[in-house]
Design a protein around this ligand. Structure first.
Ligand code: B12
Length: 215
């Protein structure tokens, strides 16, 4: 497993999609924990690419290539690994807020939730508040989760809280917020129900809520 983790990390740094997909298939064939490969391998590679970019050691196109491979990894895991036998009651709607294209962290939240058997409706990135509410109503979800990665788009999470209140829908949903500039303090300030720092904690909390054990 250690070797696979090392290669998974490297496949993101090298933006090598073929190697990444082969590694997931190999892990599955050997019945190893793919979510562990995601967390310790692919996600670690993704973080390293982020640091290299910030340190000016790789260019924007290189960052984009690596991000594309990471997205493919998340998509493959979502489509193939989710444990369909573990169905949980209730649904989660998730989106990256308007004006924000960052979706890797959201993708990690989605795949981790799906791996726990949670029904997640991912409506993508750059999604306006109105559309988030419309889709939540349409799908009858329990939790509305939003991701924001820019300090300039964080305010959309507050706009969502306000819009829900204005429409008299606030108590109908449990709202979850996340993304790097987000914090428990921010969640409290805007009146969101929950903040978690990472995807694993987000999925665990969502599961507790959907199972009626927490709010
Ligand atoms: C990859 C990346 C990109 C990629 C995005 C690719 C994609 N499809 O997602 C590209 C190249 C497109 C990009 C573009 C831009 N980016 Co950018 N990007 C990054 C980078 C390097 C990594 C982000 C990432 O994927 N992190 C890894 C994931 C796994 O972490 P995460 O998103 O935080 O998610 C975790 C948690 O936060 C949590 N979580 C996430 N979402 C949610 C949701 C819920 C509900 C919960 C509970 C938890 C949760 O779980 C996740 C896993 O544990 C960061 C720097 C960094 N090191 O973070 C900059 C960064 C976010 N980008 C930045 C900027 C400025 C931009 C641009 C404006 C650049 C530009 N000048 O053009 C544009 C934005 C365009 C736009 N309108 O959105 C800044 C933001 C600064 C700020 N504070 O506002 C950063 C911090 C870089 C920097 N230091 O300047 N970017």
């Amino acid at each position: 497993m250690e070797e696979l983790i090392r290669r998974a990390r490297q496949s993101i740094i090298d933006a090598d999609e073929e190697e990444a997909m082969n590694l997931i298939r190999e892990a599955r064939a050997r019945q190893l924990d793919v979510m562990e490969l995601l967390r310790l391998g692919f996600a670690a590679g993704n973080n390293e690419v982020g640091s290299l970019f910030e340190a000016g050691q790789i260019s924007l196109p290189e960052l984009i290539f690596s991000s594309e491979v990471m997205r493919s990894v998340l998509y493959y895991i979502e489509e193939n690994i989710s444990d369909k036998s573990l169905k949980v009651k209730g649904k989660v709607l998730i989106a990256t807020v308007s004006g924000d294209v960052h979706e890797i962290g959201k993708g990690m939240v989605v795949s981790t939730m799906k791996s726990l058997g949670i029904d997640v409706i991912d409506i993508g990135r750059e999604v306006p508040v109105e559309e988030i509410i419309e889709k939540a109503e349409e799908h009858g979800v329990t939790i509305i989760a939003t991701s924001a990665l820019l300090t300039s788009t964080l305010k959309e999470q507050r706009n969502l809280e306000n819009a829900l209140r204005e429409k008299g829908l606030r108590s109908k949903y449990i709202t979850m917020v996340g993304g790097a500039p987000c914090s428990a303090r921010w969640a409290k300030r805007i009146g969101a129900d929950l903040y978690t720092e990472d995807a694993v904690e987000a999925a665990q909390k969502a599961l507790e809520i959907l199972n009626g054990k927490a709010r």
